[in-house]
Design a protein around this ligand. Sequence first.
Ligand code: FES
Length: 181
Amino acid sequence: MNSGDAANPERREFLKKACTVGVGTALVLVPLGAGLNVLFDPLRRSSAGAKRVFVASLDSLPNDGIPRKFTILASRIDAWNKFPNAAIGAVYLRRTGEQKVEALNVVCPHAGCFVDYKSDIKSFFCPCHNSSFALDGAVSDPKSPSPRGMDTLDVQVVNGKEIWVAFQNFQTGHAVKIPVA
Ligand code: FES
């Protein structure tokens, strides 16, 4: 504080109030800006908790209707660090038409093991407790312990050539899909 401020209490009071208003405005605007960024970023606009990610080019998915497994890469943030392009899960993609693709989360809805694709029987099989699933993810063997079919995910073919998936994990052990927050 300079000697002018000490000699002029009104000026000191004014500066104090101006600082308070400035800090208060910043405290409101910064989170508001972050919220608007999330709201208007098209890549983040999807169902609650889902992360829209580019997975593969349509060319990389053959027309034979056989599922292919792809790792989902996205930025992952923990309390201290940001990991760009970290593996956050995996999906099976299957081409069902010229411009149509289906996506299934590889995680078994029974207890969370990874489901395999068995090319000899053209279906999915979970090695942990023997659940089996048809190509569209539906439970195919009534003896399967899985309470629901494999989890389908929203897919978009963008510009006729890019496969984007709204990636999401769901709670295991339930008959209905409950998103993991
Ligand atoms: S975890 Fe897949 S059948 Fe149990």
